[in-house]
Design a protein around this ligand. Sequence first.
Ligand code: ADP
Ligand code: MG
Length: 698
Amino acid sequence: MSELQSSIQFLTGVGPKKASLLKSELGVETLSDLIHLYPFRYIDRSSITPIAGIAPDLASVQIQARVVNRNLINIKHLSVIVEDASGRMEMVFFKGTKWVFDKLEPGREFVFFGKPQLFNGKLNMVHPEIDAPQEGSYTQTSLTGVYPSTEKLKNSGITGKFMCKMQQSALSLCLNEIQETLPDYVIRDLALCPLQYAIKNIHFPSDSYALEKATRRLKFEELFYLQLSLLKQKYIRSRGEHGIPMPKVGPDFHLCYNALTYSLTGAQQRVIKEIRADISSGHQMNRLLQGDVGSGKTMVAVLSCLLAIGNGCQSCIMAPTEVLAQQHYNNIRKYLEPTGVKCALLTGSTPAKARREIHQGLEDGSIGLIVGTHALLEEPVRFKALGLAVVDEQHRFGVEQRSRLWAKGPAGYAPHILVMTATPIPRTLAMTLYGDLDVSVLDEMPPGRKPVQTMLIGEGKRAAMYNFMRKEIAAGRQVFVVYPMIFESEKTDMQNLEKGYEDILQAFPMQDGYKVAIVHGQQAPDVKAFNMDAFAAGRAHILVSTTVIEVGVDVPNASIMVIESAERFGLSQLHQLRGRVGRGADKSYCILVKGLKVSKEAQQRLELMVRTSNGFEIADEDMRMRGPGDLEGTQQSGLPISLNIASLARDGRLLEEARNYASRVLDADPGLQNPVNVKLVQELRKDKYSIRDFSKIS
Ligand code: ADP
Ligand code: MG
């Protein structure tokens, strides 16, 4: 057996107890597991900073200072004043105070390491690491790795120092057993460092340059295999599935196009070209179309359907709800007027007689375009020749539905598929989540949209805001007022909502002619519908509500969206809420009202909302701030594989590079049969690269 697979319990100082803890806390069992547990940051302990030279925004700093005095304010608060030749500062401890008190005798000198901060205008450090000063050089290396840890591990003596020692012994036992995982030519092409060098330097970097090389190599490898695995599935599919060749444009496309009262945006034109190239290639198209609300996806869908029709096929557009299907149908019918294409609507509530006629029309090919809900997937629906299926909003469209749709293509062919989504998914995330789909982006809004003006105010401006609302209402507009409703704090949220409602009733009294409606999740459905309708029909001026209005409500006459306690909402949610206004002809406003206590991150989020209305920018920023794991609205329950070192939020460019390179490798050797690629095949067999189905439709 190789050393790599042996248990960590035989490392010096580890033993069965620590080993079992390392397994349960970090999943580390073997030496191989251990050396693949990388530091998540590094601290520079090569230099000592004079106290007077400390900037409070430094991530960490090391000082050498003498204890002046110590003051045990209470058992949970110890304050120690230290000084060096340049100045004085305070060290603060809230834990282990007795032990620290005894250790830090006045007059003695120590090395303190930690994060400096300003507190009441004075510099201090909370819970610094404390070491005895050493003669000459202070540290063994300049950069020391910090490993993931838990309270339990620390309490059992598995400290940062202990972890470094374990890594050192593990590496000395088995570093030269580690086999290179990338083919030579890949390493050469991309000027990467060898794996052994990378592993050694990720743990114990000889300098920052070596650390950078090691990091790049390890991140690239991870992203490359991830993309290779996804793209390989795509290659297999595009070779296995014959696409219906659609080389022609056809007359209906031109008839519709020429009758448009506006010109397509550059983004719409580009996407239609991308779709055309796909469907005329002879391969089956599987494309995701992303575009913010209002970016004009419907037009792209209609023109794509007309391309299919121009090649003797039929097409369908599937919406998630009946209301949306109806809306689509109304719009699309208008677009098709100049053409000879027959269009129909099929939903769960289509009467039996009409339904039979539609079934007939689809079978004999007289209906060219069918709009509908999931009813389209049902058994009696048969097409003469379904060439393109458009799915609006991918969320509720799973693998099983996909196969039912594929079965409706002409014999031997799967229809081309276009999935449309308004959820702005950052590009790097889309490349991974939908790695085996092609992604098109409508990143340009049709001209003439008036952007919603966003303002951020505090409690002090409330009276002014009410005045502004009165002015807009007097001009015939309506106002949304939204309160947060978060499950964990439901009770206080409910109280806040009710209090907010009373405030509004006072500021907008009935005797002055104001009508205020309220909607929240705890109301009976008919009460909710009654209030919602009152607002939608213009009978109420103000709708006070929780986020239930986030989806679906369309009230073009509403010109103000007030979001209370805005700091408690996520970015995507704020973006969705803001999208509820700005739908009519009037200038619209979004007013973010922030509470008294707002964290630095929340403040940044709110300022970003004021700065931009670009959904993609907001989504990217959201991912950067929060990490991809809890991106709202994408319904992802994790990533296709767990990334060990690379980050989708930060390593976007490397991900793109990895994807391009993986695609080149597959272009040259689609089956990975060339002997130079034998390592690739071996690596892809590993569990960590077996990918769950995340693209939903692939
Ligand atoms: P979404 O991407 O949200 O589905 P729609 O397709 O519903 O957007 O388009 C929103 C509105 O923009 C529609 O009223 C549509 O007629 C209009 N529209 C679409 N494309 C353009 C364009 N190129 N120029 C002007 N208006 C457009
Ligand atoms: Mg739409």
